[in-house]
Design a protein around this ligand. Structure first.
Ligand code: ATP
Length: 143
């Protein structure tokens, strides 16, 4: 079993019904995932810039930091067999418009708004999952 870090980004969290729908999907047995921890938070520009440091200089960086600091969002620790890949499969491709064409049943296809406001994040490797879990849930994952 594996644990991964999921973010329900600000656009999704603006609508409690969407959050509820996503949590329902996660809690259904066939998601293969279990929510271990969950917290709501609001980022400063510094925190968003730290998390997305690898994208500094990209054309969408300012947009991304503005989006991620625009309002509260949720972090979830998800556990299950192959949790990292399982959550990334559920959310689908980065760009919702592409997701709607190639993977219409994915969460980004259903809820994503734009290339930046794509509603979800998932750790992409065991190393980043460890670091991201330590960042959002330091009490449970001291790193
Ligand atoms: P995440 O890391 O959030 O799960 P990802 O791994 O699918 O997303 P990354 O390439 O790490 O995508 O990009 C991080 C975030 O930056 C994306 O989730 C999206 O919000 C934004 N982003 C990525 N590519 C673009 C783009 N071409 N145009 C606008 N925003 C983008």
């Amino acid at each position: 079993r594996q644990v991964t870090l999921a973010l329900l980004k600000p656009d999704l969290c603006a609508d409690p019904l969407r959050v509820r729908a996503v949590v329902n999907i996660l809690e259904s047995a066939d998601s293969g995932l279990e929510i271990l921890h969950r917290r709501r938070l609001l980022w400063s520009e510094e925190e968003a810039g730290h998390f997305y440091a690898e994208h500094k200089g990209r054309f969408f960086y300012e947009r991304l930091v503005g989006y991620m600091t625009s309002r509260a969002f949720e972090a979830l620790a998800l556990e299950g067999p192959n949790a990292i890949q399982q959550w990334r499969s559920l959310i689908g491709p980065t760009q919702p418009v592409r997701a709607r064409i190639s993977m219409p049943m994915t969460l980004r296809a259903m809820y994503g708004l734009t290339d930046t406001r794509n509603s979800f994040h998932g750790s992409d490797s065991p190393e980043t999952a460890r670091a991201e879990l330590a960042l959002f849930f330091p009490k449970f994952y001291p790193g």
